[in-house]
Structures are given as C-alpha cells and as structure tokens.
Design a protein around this ligand. Structure first.
Ligand SMILES: [Cu+2]
Length: 388
C-alpha cells in the first residue's frame, strides 16, 4: 500500500474523490491523504528534486517509518511505554542551576519546553522546534533506554466521541493511563482565554494504567483548568500527579476531518502562515485549532502551554502535528521550505521575523540545529523519516 502509485495530487484538485470512497471513514480519508503525500515524495525522488544534507543517503524508500499508536502490536506498545518510564527514572543531566526542579532525563525535556515556551509557540519556529524536540526525544528513548522502534503518533480522528475508548487513554497496560478521577470543577478556559471547555468526567489524577504512580516534578506554570494551581516557581520542584479530564466536547468539535483537510489541501493550505496558524490555533479569535485542541482533549496538566510535555502523550500528539506538517510539505513542494512568523508568541512583544538560519537549541537534549536543516524530514541527520 505504501508506495502504490495513486493518481498524483494536482494541487487545487480534490484529492479525496467521491464514488466508492464516499463512504470512507475520517481516518481512512486521512490515510488516503497520507498515501498521496508518500506518492508525492516518491515522485520528487524520481525527479531528484529532494535536497538533502551533504553525504546523506536518506530517501523516501529507506527512511524510518513513524506509525499510528493503534497499529503497534501490544509488545511494541509495552516496549515504548517501558522506555518512557526508563527516561522518567534516569537522573537529569542538566545543570541544576538551570532547572532545580528537573530530577530526571524526562524532566530535561520538560524543562527546555517550559523555559522556551514564549519563543516556540505562535512563532516562525513552532513547527520545526517541535519537530526537532520529538526527534531528540525519540533518540533518547532509543539510545538511552533501548527502545527499538520509532516515535508513534496519536491519530486524532479516532474515538472523538469518547476519548476514554482510545487505545491511548483506555487505562489498560498498553495505554498511557486513562481519564483522571472525577473532581468537580467548572471546566477550562482555553485558546488564550477565548474558548470555554466544559468539564468532563475526570479532572484529577489518573486511576489506572502505566502512569498511575508517575510523579511529575515540574509545572504547571499556566494551568487553565478551574481550581488547578500554578507551581510556586517556574522551574522549581513541585511534585504532583498526572491529571486528565478527557474532553469529548473538544475532540468532537475540533479534531475533525474537515479541519485536517482545510490545513492540508483546503483554504488554509495556501501558505505556511495560514497553515501553521490554522493548525496551531489562532488564539485571538477563539479558533482553537487541531494542536491546541489535542492538548485540550487531555485536559488536566496538559492544558498548561508551558508544562504540557509532562504528559507522555504530548509526544504522540506532536507526532500527529508533525505528520500533518509533513503531509502539507509533501503536497506543497514549492512551499515546503518556507517559514513565516516572528520570534515571539504571536509577535508579542513585537519582534523580528524568524530566519531559516536561526538555531534551535534543546540544551542537554540534542546538539543545536539550524531551522533550515529541519525543514525536510528526508534531509538526513538528524532527520530521516516518513509517516504511515
Ligand atoms: Cu509546545
């Protein structure tokens, strides 16, 4: 299926045809789009138009394949979960003066995200920063904790009417634990104060599954769930549990095929600026966007823009964000390497434009890289992957 030559995307024409495909589910339609992206990359390879770093042999045929969590075998899921728990048990390697609350290797990732939050969201580096952050995390899982697979992703379009049925959130030993225990509260205010999310059936600590005893050391910095308190210090030690309030409201309203199609082949796919704002969320006018909605579906500690990586599903959620970016890039080859935006959160305070020569620095987690070297997932070290 992977490399079947499909009728190639001619941009501007509908990729999802009617007829026998009309009854396809949202997930199947998105898979069609993923197949179109692969076909496009294959044809770029045939035409030798894919630029890569000097000496790299990476290409669409030998790249690593990142997969949907639900398609991993139980043993593969357990191996991934064990590697995450391994990172959460290994001591931090960061200088303790940088983030006194960072106790583990997992915290080293959370601390960097917290520290840079205002210069990596609503900015021109949002897409590449999070792409590289995930690559660094995948590398740590593999090299420091013996994981043999690649970074999986959360397919947003599944289980939107009841996220607690999702294989990520069903509370089983092959999930990331389930909903939080019910705590009465008045919901969350998301989208920078513009979108109200009613409370779900949770709100407190997760009650089952692999992360039931996981102690979070950092955050929250800017919690949005009613009643949740911020940590006394931004990067200080503040032990607390993994809380969730799974939101069917958010999933069914925002994690839709229509929103995915709009950013990949619709009106919002016409430029990287439109694409990234629509994907991430335009907080100013109450448009949550797929990215912000995904964090909102998890609720609890995930509602904190700064500390959201404390929930290990962060990396599967951003796997899906990056998958949609990858699809957009594959289907818009002439624009794939363009960037837009400034270096401050929605240009507040006003700042210069992001440059492809700007560096992304993940501290102890990975060597610094230029944005221009993170625009092509087939560009070679550090990136060589596709999505399926
Ligand atoms: Cu982020």
């Amino acid at each position: 299926m992977l490399f079947t030559k499909l009728a190639l995307p001619v941009l501007g024409l509908p990729l999802i045809s009617a007829g026998p495909l009309a009854a396809r589910t949202a997930t199947e339609s998105l898979q069609d789009l993923n197949d179109q992206a692969l076909s496009s990359l294959q044809s770029q390879y045939d035409n030798s138009t894919t630029e890569k770093r000097a000496g790299s042999t990476c290409n669409v045929f030998n790249a690593k394949v990142r997969r949907d969590w639900k398609t991993l075998r139980p043993g593969e899921k357990k191996e991934y979960i064990a590697a995450v728990k391994c990172l959460q048990a290994k001591p931090s390697i960061a200088d303790s003066t940088f983030a006194p609350g960072a106790k583990t290797r997992y915290d080293d990732f959370v601390a960097v995200h917290i520290n840079q939050t205002l210069s990596i969201h609503g900015t021109g580096n949002f897409l590449t920063w999070h792409r590289y952050f995930m690559q660094a995390y995948e590398t740590a899982l593999r090299e420091e904790c013996g994981y043999t697979g690649y970074q999986p992703y959360w397919n947003w379009l599944d289980n939107t009417s009841d996220p607690s049925k999702s294989p990520l959130f069903d509370g089983s030993d092959t999930s990331f634990s389930g909903d939080g225990v019910f705590v009465a509260h008045n919901g969350s205010v998301n989208g920078n104060g513009n979108v109200y999310i009613p409370s779900g059936k949770g709100g407190g600590c997760v009650t089952s599954g692999p992360f039931v005893d996981y102690v979070i050391n950092l955050g929250p910095i800017f919690p949005i769930q009613d009643g949740m308190e911020a940590a006394p210090e931004t990067l200080g030690y503040n032990p607390h549990c993994l809380s969730r309030d799974l939101s069917a409201f958010t999933a069914s309203n925002w994690l839709t095929l229509g929103n995915v199609l709009n950013v990949t082949i619709g009106d919002a796919s016409r430029s990287v600026l439109l694409f990234q704002n629509e994907l991430q969320g335009r907080f100013t006018d109450g448009f949550l966007g797929l990215h912000t909605a995904g964090h909102g579906v998890m609720g609890g500690v995930s509602g904190d823009l700064y500390g959201s990586p404390v929930d290990p599903v962060f990396f599967l959620h951003h796997g899906m964000v990056d998958r949609v970016y990858w699809i957009w890039q594959a289907l818009h080859p002439s624009q794939a390497k363009t960037i837009a935006g400034t270096i401050t959160l929605f240009n507040t305070p006003p700042s210069r434009d992001t440059s492809p020569n700007d560096t992304i620095d993940l501290g102890v987690n990975a060597p610094p890289q230029k944005i221009r070297d993170l625009l092509n997932t087939l560009g070679g070290s550090p990136l060589c992957y596709i999505y399926n």
